[in-house]
Design a protein around this ligand. Structure first.
Ligand SMILES: [Zn+2]
Length: 620
């Protein structure tokens, strides 16, 4: 090296040290990849055209909300899609009653039907039809739905299930037999309607005041189920984290408070549909999946990541590392998004791990940040944590966009589409910031907090009106709560098993700040995991879930007796899609495979845009 060059390096180094004090020692060194700001897209399709009548097995949703003030069916759409139940939405009673299973949604009052239609409904049930409804208020339908009176209240906080009924098939655990609607620290929560049953009706769940929350009535060859609350409040409100602190734990426990209502719908469908078929929640015919993840949010959290990746590899698994792209020093930590840490990330990715963003400054105040302009870039974005939960110069867009800019710029082949907020703090603008910055997936809630263990479409603005294009994968088990993950492996396994019984998933978050104890604990968990529970990194499973959620499918009979035709069309490439059948299948076509129990058909790898049919022989 020439002496003059050496001098130049020393001078450069001196300048760098000086500027580190004010900005960062890596400030000018990082590579970026531009993150285009996408326009807001509202896919406001009419639900009746989005979910058309296509085959007899579909559950017919009669959308009863008046045109003038349409209460949208989003909560029910979430429930049916997540459970893999085929359905259509219509405003036409005659069309709905051509199907054996009908859901009246969101309510029935004296304006919904005329007297002739009430008689049509009663005849439908007498002749073997099944109706599931919530909030029926009309006197003319009291006999059909099996109630004498109802009492509205905003002071009911608990639901307890009682007795046995086919719709409670999946409610076997104490956490499922009793759920909480809200915390009693609120003088009032959402409206519920407690029913007084008529003679012959059977009460399946009570509110705390003894009134019926769920009842069933058998009429002729069919029957009805009536719910005294709305899925908006027990499913969608929880998923948007607008609940009245209904959760009994924050993390690391089994909390199915929203899931029980979806599982009741699933069990209702499986009890009363003829020759039912369901799109399974888990790929490859497995019972459940454990999704592995690590948060890298400290300067010493990079190197131990190799140990985690190593034990995962040894257990035929991979994980997703969520990386904090800390390039500024602030009150919370020094910058650490530079070499050799970046080299470790490249190594992890090359080894099969996937990478997501864990924000830039990892602020406890992230949920209170302004959305920002969407023009934030690494060149100009200079956020700083100031104290416990305060920051300057930080925005939601900045945290989301600049971290992606850096990860995509520094790691070859990286396209960051998965996000997890620091401290799991979630601003209401997060779905917008993520969607407009090209993300697809988020894992910033805990499953206990949103009372659900199934992935779901994250509503825009964390509201009740429409979905964003982001899917949420809430964290089930983490490593930091006392007495620490290493001492909680049996408890974690129990939660995973409880979710597996429902076909739900479990998400594991282990910080990679040390690997001596935590990697051993993860190794022990993986070793004890039952063989029918899959292990996956979060990104691979999320891609599966997105394709599954957008899949169009139908099952119809063919000209051959005892044969059905399963037709699917997928927007995205996907492997392992699984359909569950009530009756055993004896033969499959077109590269599909049959699980050992003969009730699950696993489809071959499908290409984006592919439409394909499978002929399946039923063994009735
Ligand atoms: Zn973190």
């Amino acid at each position: 090296m020439k002496p003059s060059f050496k001098v130049a390096l020393v001078v450069l180094g001196f300048v760098a040290v000086l500027s580190w004090k004010t900005i960062s020692r890596t400030d000018s060194a990082l590579q970026t990849k531009e993150v285009p700001l996408l326009p807001v897209t509202h896919e406001q399709a009419d639900p009746t055209t989005e979910f058309p009548d296509r085959f007899p097995l579909q559950v017919a949703v009669l959308w009863t909300s008046p045109d003038t003030s349409p209460e949208n069916p989003l909560a029910l759409v979430h429930s049916l899609k997540e459970m893999g139940i085929p359905f259509l939405i219509t405003r036409n009673l005659g069309q709905a009653l051509k199907h054996r299973l009908v859901i009246l949604y969101p309510s029935v009052d004296s304006h919904t039907f005329n007297q002739a239609q009430a008689e049509q409904l009663t005849t439908f049930v007498r002749q073997g039809g099944y109706i599931f409804a919530q909030n029926v208020f009309w006197g003319s339908l009291k006999d059909l739905f099996g109630f004498r009176e109802f009492e509205p209240s905003r002071k009911r906080y608990h639901v307890a299930f009682a007795g046995t009924d086919p719709v409670m098939k999946y409610l076997n655990r104490p956490e499922e037999r009793e759920t909480r609607l809200g915390s009693e620290s609120y003088p009032e929560i959402f409206w519920t309607n407690g029913y007084i049953p008529g003679s012959g009706a059977v009460v399946l769940a009570h509110f705390d005041d003894g009134s019926a929350a769920l009842l069933t009535n058998t009429v002729g060859k069919g029957g009805v189920y009536l719910l005294g609350l709305s899925l908006v409040d027990v499913v969608l409100r929880s998923q948007s984290n607008r609940d009245f602190e209904a959760e009994r734990h924050y993390v690391n426990a089994f909390e199915p408070g929203a899931d029980v209502w979806m599982l009741i719908l699933r069990a209702w469908y499986e009890a009363y549909a003829n020759d039912w078929v369901r799109l399974a929640t888990i790929p490859q015919g497995q019972r459940s999946a454990l999704l592995l993840s690590h948060d890298v949010d400290w300067e010493n959290s990079f190197a131990p990541g190799r140990d985690f990746a190593g034990i995962e590899k040894a257990n035929q698994a991979n994980s997703t590392f969520f990386i904090q792209t800390k390039y500024v020093d602030d009150a919370n930590s020094k910058a650490f998004f530079f070499e050799p840490n970046l080299g470790i990330l490249r190594e992890l990715k090359a080894g099969g791990s996937s990478l997501g963003s864990h924000s830039v400054i990892h602020s406890r105040g992230f949920n209170k940040f302004e959305l920002g302009s969407g023009q934030e870039t690494y060149a100009t974005y200079r956020p700083r944590g100031l104290g416990f939960d305060t920051a300057s110069g930080a925005t939601v867009f900045g945290e989301v966009r600049v971290s992606k800019e850096l990860l995509d710029g520094e790691i070859l082949g990286q396209d960051t589409i998965f996000f997890r907020a620091g401290h799991l703090r979630v601003p209401v603008s997060l779905p917008e910031a993520l969607e407009r910055s090209g993300y697809q997936f988020d894992s910033s809630f805990t499953a206990d907090d949103v009372l659900s263990n199934f992935p779901y479409a994250l509503p825009w603005g964390l509201g009740f009106d429409e979905d964003s294009r982001i899917y949420e994968f809430p964290v089930t088990i983490e490593d930091e709560e006392s007495p620490g993950f290493a001492k909680r492996v049996p408890q974690a396994l129990e939660v995973i098993l409880a979710n597996a019984e429902n076909g739900a998933v479990s998400v594991l978050l282990v910080h990679s700040n040390e690997s001596a104890q935590k990697a051993a604990a993860e190794q022990e968990l993986l070793r004890q995991l039952p063989h029918d529970i899959g292990k996956s990194d979060m990104l691979s499973f999320a891609r599966f879930w997105r394709a599954r959620d957008r899949l169009k499918w139908s099952v119809t009979s063919s000209s051959v007796p005892s044969e059905v035709v399963l037709q699917v069309s997928t927007e995205e490439s996907v492997g392992g899609l699984t359909f569950e059948f009530q009756h055993p299948i004896s033969a499959v076509s077109n590269g599909a495979t049959l699980s050992p129990d003969n009730h699950h058909v696993v489809l071959p790898e499908l290409k984006a845009g592919q439409a394909i049919s499978f002929h399946l022989s039923l063994n009735r």
